[in-house]
Design a protein around this ligand. Structure first.
Ligand SMILES: Nc1ncnc2c1ncn2[C@@H]1O[C@H](COP(=O)(O)OP(=O)(O)OP(=O)(O)O)[C@@H](O)[C@H]1O
Ligand SMILES: [Mg+2]
Length: 97
């Protein structure tokens, strides 16, 4: 089984707030995966750590074989993220974006 994303006790604290509490995910290549939760559940914080925009307090993740703590630049070359605020022209293909 080839994994695209694997997290190991991924945890993020902001002062006393545990925004992400020890999550362990295994997501296969080609798998469509939805991360659902109420406001403040920690979705954006999780995505920001997986995109290497935010360092975890503890734990780590492997994206396409690369550790977010050790090889963030390799990961940034491989992934694309479209956050909820982004607007793309609907005439553009994924390749053009
Ligand atoms: N930079 C920050 N500094 C302090 N606390 C933060 C910061 N970012 C997020 N938090 C807190 O961490 C928790 C998780 O927030 P996060 O934004 O990850 O949730 P979310 O699931 O994306 O919510 P939403 O559905 O509203 O987008 C919340 O309690 C939030 O207030
Ligand atoms: Mg969010």
């Amino acid at each position: 089984m080839e994994l695209a994303i694997q997290t190991f006790n991924l945890l993020k604290k902001f002062n006393n707030i545990k925004a992400v509490n020890n999550i362990n995910l295994s997501i296969k290549k080609g798998q469509l995966f939805s991360l659902l939760g109420p406001n403040g559940a920690g979705k954006t914080t999780t995505i920001n750590m997986l995109c290497c925009l935010l360092k975890p307090t503890s734990g780590t993740a492997i994206i396409m074989g690369y550790d977010i703590l050790k090889e963030p630049f390799k990961i940034k070359e491989l992934i694309g993220v479209s956050p909820q605020e982004t607007f793309y022209q609907n005439t553009l293909t994924v390749g053009k974006i």
